[in-house]
Design a protein around this ligand. Sequence first.
Ligand SMILES: Nc1nc2c(c(=O)[nH]1)N[C@@H](CN(C=O)c1ccc(C(=O)N[C@@H](CCC(=O)O)C(=O)O)cc1)CN2
Length: 283
Amino acid sequence: MTATRLDGKATRDELFHDLAARVEVLESRGIQPGLGTILVGDDPGSAAYVRGKHADCARVGIASIRRDLPADISQEKLHATIDELNADPACTGYIVQLPLPKHLDENAALERIDPDKDADGLHPINLGRLVLGKEAPLPCTPRGIVHLLRRYDVPIAGAHVVVVGRGITVGRPIGLLLTRRSENATVTLCHTGTRDLAAHVRQADIVIAAAGVPGIITADMVKPGAAVLDVGVSRVEGKLAGDVAPEVWDTAGHVSPNPGGVGPLTRAFLIANVVERAERQQA
Ligand SMILES: Nc1nc2c(c(=O)[nH]1)N[C@@H](CN(C=O)c1ccc(C(=O)N[C@@H](CCC(=O)O)C(=O)O)cc1)CN2
């Protein structure tokens, strides 16, 4: 059996087509959304993601504002840049690219963002609103995962989803989305402290691999016909490596590859969060 590919690039193109049309409507009403990015340091992967985000803004026709800061910047100077974007009316939503260099406090930086401009949905107030079932920008990768599953008619309601990895951008928030009444999945969150990872993964109808450990999900761990989404990012000799071993394609029913799966949707839903906020404001 060869799994059906969950094609993130084709799905992203559909989303961008729709978003570009909505941006035209906003502009015809005098509203210009603008996405800001704050990048600290010179990690080549993070720099590439930020470049991609600005290219996406140009593609859908929204403004973009870029702040690149040196790797050794102090927490105070980072906060001053955050305050600057909080106050800039041309910047309607923005992100601090993660991870930050080790000497910086990531949570303090995220908390400093004006929750109304939090394009990532990672501000504690917005995560809290999500827990309470209130309207909030949704974290981009989890939103991309739910969209991709729906786009390919992978049943979510009643499914047992096993998430591997507890990072802030994927592992922690994805359970909040998938256990909403609108999704109705049952979620198990596995991490480095989990005993017998394989036994958990074998139970899953849907596996979300976000550990950042190359090839950690092997074919013998996957229930035949399960959907497997590879969201883990590592670099092996400079090349991107996902969490899912290639043999999984012979066992799974659906696979989202890496690259070409959830990553492009992370970018698309960042733009969607900025456009939707502008739409809500004009409404
Ligand atoms: N503030 C944030 N920081 C980070 C986030 C985030 O959502 N908000 N997520 C990741 C990085 N990320 C976006 O910032 C991101 C990751 C991957 C992709 C992507 O399109 N990947 C391509 C492959 C690209 C490559 O070859 O390296 C793919 O999957 O096809 C986009 C964005 C951590 N930081």
